[in-house]
Design a protein around this ligand. Sequence first.
Ligand code: NAD
Length: 455
Amino acid sequence: MSAVELLADLRRTFRAGTTRPAGWRRAQLEALRRLLTEREDELTGALEEDLGKSRTEGFLSEVAAVRAEIDYALKHLDRWMARERIAVPGGLRPARAWAQARPLGVVLIIGPWNYPLNLVLAPLVGALAAGNAAVLKPSELAASTSRVLARLVPQYLDRDAVAVVEGGVEVSTDLLAQPFDHVFYTGGERVGKIVMKAAAEHLTPVTLELGGKSPAVVVGGNLRAAARRIAYGKFMNAAQTCVAPDYVLTTPAAAPVLADALAAAVRDFYGSDPRTSGDYGRIINEHHFDRVVGLMDGGTVVSGGRHDRADRYIEPTVLREVDPGSALMQEEIFGPLLPILEVEDLDAAIRFIAARPHPLAAYLFSDRDEHLEAFTEQVQAGGLAHNVCTIQLAVPGLPFGGVGASGTGSYHGRQSFRTFSHVQPVFSKPVGVDTLRLAYPPFGPIKRKLLRRLL
Ligand code: NAD
């Protein structure tokens, strides 16, 4: 079926009102929840094939993460759908005003390869909760997950309202040429621009969930604990995580201690040869393997560094003596290299971050309240987290999204519902006695005087 026909079919479903009732939305969310529970093995198996992702990590960061979004949406859906009464100014009474969320229509969700299940289905939770029909376009680079989604989604969800389209650039381009009612894209900046340009043709609103170089600033507290939390957030999924700490900024005194603690944390998590650990993933493909290995030149490897192209394996690697002008510090690493840069203090770290494009996340490790205060006041990033890395995404009530170069728009929890809704205002005034007479022309001196007095 062509993209034109597919959109026409889904639009017919939407226009028929099928997706509007709360009952349909709930049923779809519950069906999606069943899919995740009953087919967990197939889903985590596909993730393992695509990314060498351990079944437990696949369950935690993809299956359970989407399920948490579903549960949150089911719990709050009635409140989100309810009319919000708006106060009417005295001069316009008697009247009623309210705002009500309406679905947008048929939305397109384009996913990336790094969390190929989560980043297609979590936006879908918002789209369904808000009462939309949807087309999902998973990443062709995570081919097994894409295939499983294409097979399972029609078995569980309303086929007249949700479709999965598999394919690469050509398919994506074809879909983007259609007048969808919203495009939700997760991926890199380059394609983000292509998506926004294509959407502009139809004045289709977009959400762009992009990436960037997310810093972790370590200026106090327990360095060993900080190292473990940074290593956890960085090296899960072989560091192919949009909110993974990209690099570390710390003081000259802390840098060597932190580097040793990071190496120790890697040993604790993945053993002395992470290649043999079932819990350590692989790079998605040779292209990205070559790119990441090439970035190693930007600094001195102080731990890790081993790699094997045939296995798409790159060891968790810590670097020091980093050249800020190198590609390692110019592009998003999106692989298991963690450069440590030295700065004098927190102020210098904040200046370093401010001099670069706004990152998707920024992390502060410190036990001083004034540090947290300064960081939250002065650092502009998609999101901030204190003394943890990446797990902030597990709080469904927290909006998630970038700012500037790291993206536009956000989702998760209520924000997902808002993203896929139009808040439609309604103003209703009874006919009968025309209380608006005062506002009608002609404006003689008495009316003018009265109006000035009233407004
Ligand atoms: P990718 O190459 O899989 O591309 C993403 C999607 O765009 C795919 O579905 C692909 O088919 C499509 N696509 C690729 N080229 C296209 C084109 N020319 N026209 C139309 N569609 C096209 O993923 P990627 O971009 O390599 O993903 C990695 C990036 O995504 C990183 O920068 C990462 O930080 C970012 N990311 C962001 C988030 C977030 O939530 N903000 C999450 C994960 C990844």
